[in-house]
Design a protein. Structure first.
Length: 258
């Protein structure tokens, strides 16, 4: 793929930025809604293009000549935007004759009835029915995203955390490397899940995060009722048989969350 253009959506996010770094040395184009491209931040040589997936604006110019797309763009705060954005993505890819569309998804979306997960599952179904060559990779949680959640909860007098819930953090750079590897090859459909090396109880993970940040607050285990709570306790956020990542949660904390 060294002479083929790779387009990355969501390139300013945690995963998208890592994809740009992992794809260094290849012709890489990045899609952003910003009128002024962001700083390279370790991804020099990237061809930034302005376009809006939700509105479907500026996409034909961004997709022209593209061989493969790695789709990292998502809006968890406004998940209703993800479906029209994905449809616009598929339409633009078909018009441009894109050879391979690689999508990032989440382990457990077909078992945990969270509204955002339902949207992610719907995008997987759209991809499978798109007529394009495609690969779909489900991954477990990125430590940076857990940091954001824990940082918000840590503002409370105690840190509430769902009880008896296993999680399996995976380093974003390792997932990014796998996405770039997939994009360089032939479409595989659903790829094997990609999970971190260790499974932790969410309460223990939260306690270690507090210690690493010098906090003496305690973790308050919370029993989450209903189908969502049951699914979380069953470990559907994890994929122990796919513990292929190497970066541990302890490594992440030791690096100060980087």
């Amino acid at each position: 793929m060294n002479d083929r253009i790779l387009l990355v959506t969501g390139a300013t996010g945690v995963l998208g930025g890592e994809v740009l770094r992992q794809a260094a040395g290849r012709p890489v184009r990045a899609l952003t809604r910003r009128s002024t491209p962001p700083a390279a931040d370790g991804a020099a040589g990237v061809d930034w293009r302005t376009g809006d997936l939700t509105a479907g604006a500026g996409l034909d110019a961004a997709f022209a000549g593209v061989d493969a797309v790695i789709h990292c763009a998502s809006d968890p705060r406004r998940p209703k935007n993800d479906l029209p954005a994905f449809r616009h993505l598929l339409d633009a890819a078909r018009r441009a004759g894109v050879r391979h569309l690689v999508n990032i998804s989440i382990v457990g979306i077909d078992r945990i009835p969270l509204p955002y997960y339902r949207v992610k599952l719907a995008t997987e179904e759209l991809l499978a029915d798109s007529g394009l060559g495609w690969s779909n990779l489900r991954a477990t949680q990125f430590p940076q995203l857990l940091d954001g959640m824990l940082g918000g909860l840590a503002r409370l007098p105690v840190l509430p955390m769902v009880s008896r819930t296993p999680v399996q953090p995976v380093r974003a750079s390792e997932v990014a490397a796998r996405l770039v590897e997939l994009a360089a090859g032939e479409p595989v459909g659903r790829a094997a899940d990609f999970a971190g090396p260790e499974v932790h109880e969410a309460t223990a993970l939260a306690a270690s995060w507090l210690r690493a940040h010098g906090s003496r607050k305690r973790v308050l285990p919370v029993h989450l009722p209903g189908r969502i709570g049951s699914a979380l306790r069953h470990g559907y956020l994890t994929a122990p048989d796919r513990a292929v990542g190497t970066g541990t949660w302890a490594d992440h904390l030791a690096r100060g969350g980087k």
